[in-house]
Design a protein. Sequence first.
Length: 318
Amino acid sequence: MEAVLSAGARLQRASIARRLILSPASVVFVLLLAELFWPVPGEAYPAYLLALTAAVELVYLVRLSLVRRDKGVAAAGDVAAIIFGVLLAWHLCTTRFVLLDKMLFPKPEPVLRLFVSELPDMLKGLVNSLILLVSGYLIALATAIPLGLLVGWRMRLFNAVHPFTKVLGPIPPIVYIPYAIALLPSFRAASIFVIFIGAFWPVFINTVNGVFNIHKGLLDSARVLSLSERTLLFRVILPGAMPSICTGATLGLVFALVLLTAAELIGANSGIGWYVKNFADFADYKRVVVGIIFISIVVTVITWGTERLERRLLRWRN
């Protein structure tokens, strides 16, 4: 028995090694290392870029050892290959051959060094941004989902509301900024309102559509059982509309993230969107790139968390 288990472990390690050697990520990783270790006259040793490369490779190896499905392995390899490819192209075009404008496209090594030094200030700004984002987004969920369920459930109410939805839904939330500033008591409240409007309509519309897409036979069966309206709403309609609600919540989050920068321009003096806009006005493109990288990391973490939550809520479909 022990011999069989040992043989299985060896086969598994051999399979992992084979997948690692033959993956596109490994090829691009080797090319990137060769480029970084090839000295560039007048340039310092790219320690930060090497550290980032090693960190990405480590994450890829851990992911490779944990994933058992071929699709997951291929996806992890493709993501790693893209990251390595971007770093390689960035270093070649700005440091090795200087093919791009030096001001608009700074070198990766100074940008990464600046990223580390600016990280404490960006984390402080992130707290302010998350307060605006979470406040507006949660208010949108708390209002759009119940209203969407109610409007989708009651046909008469839907017929009354639907024309206004077609008119108000497509209006860009930014146009409400002057009235938000004039009518609301503070700049923060105005910022939260803009994010709320941007997230509200995708959630509301998808919730209504989710209720409409519930199979009529399921509702008829529930009514035959003489279920109360409360039970019908929470046990049948809400679970049936949940896939559409999750889709609307994801779209609402995307709109909220897009509007976050616009919201932070309303009297704000910190935040991740404000950070990029402020330094772009002063043509400090190193810090602009630093802010873009930081925003990308934050958005990746947020979307990863929402995907995990959506899988848990919809685990009955798997």
